[in-house]
Write a new protein. Structure first.
Length: 173
């Protein structure tokens, strides 16, 4: 079953090392994806991970689902991006420059006035309850997660944000 680049990629069902090497091979031979004009974007996603192939796979899939995606390869770059733009969702790896670099990204996201939701990707076992206490919306363990599950979670997060915004009172001057 194909999960990347508009369902054309047979080797990327699960986000594990074999799929990542297949992604690199696929990217060398694929036809570039072009977004249809006039399509309204659902929202903005910032993705931080030190594995470029994983970033590319997820970004391609989410862009195909009409999300605007920005990718960075370090916690420092993610923090700078958070300070320079507004994102609805931040997806971050836990271990980048250090084993706990993801914590810095989570803290930086939570300090933003636009309040992005945070999703964590990690290769390490971390109790989900621990992350929820820190304000993380969803936790995925690399290696056994289907990309469609990530997409479904991101779509649910966006739907919740839209509903919350609709319930907020508006100020009229």
């Amino acid at each position: 079953m194909c999960l990347c680049a508009e369902q054309r990629f047979d080797s990327c069902r699960y986000l594990h090392s074999e799929a990542r090497s297949a992604i690199v091979s696929y990217q060398r031979h694929r036809v570039p994806y072009s977004k249809p004009t006039g399509v309204r974007m659902k929202g903005r996603v910032l993705m931080a991970d030190d594995e470029p192939s994983l970033l590319k796979c997820l970004a391609t899939f989410l862009e195909g689902e009409n999300f605007e995606v920005r990718t960075v390869c370090s916690a420092a770059s993610a923090i700078a991006a958070l300070d320079s733009g507004e994102f609805d969702v931040v997806i971050t790896d836990m271990a980048m420059e250090t084993q706990t670099a993801g914590y810095d990204v989570v803290r930086a996201a939570q300090s933003q006035s636009y309040e992005p939701e945070v999703v964590v990707f990690t290769s390490f076992h971390i109790a989900a309850a621990e992350w929820r206490k820190r304000g993380v919306k969803k936790l995925f363990t690399k290696g056994d997660v289907e990309i469609s599950a990530v997409s479904n979670a991101i779509n649910r997060i966006f739907d919740e944000r839209i509903r919350r915004r609709a319930l907020l009172p508006t100020c009229i001057n």
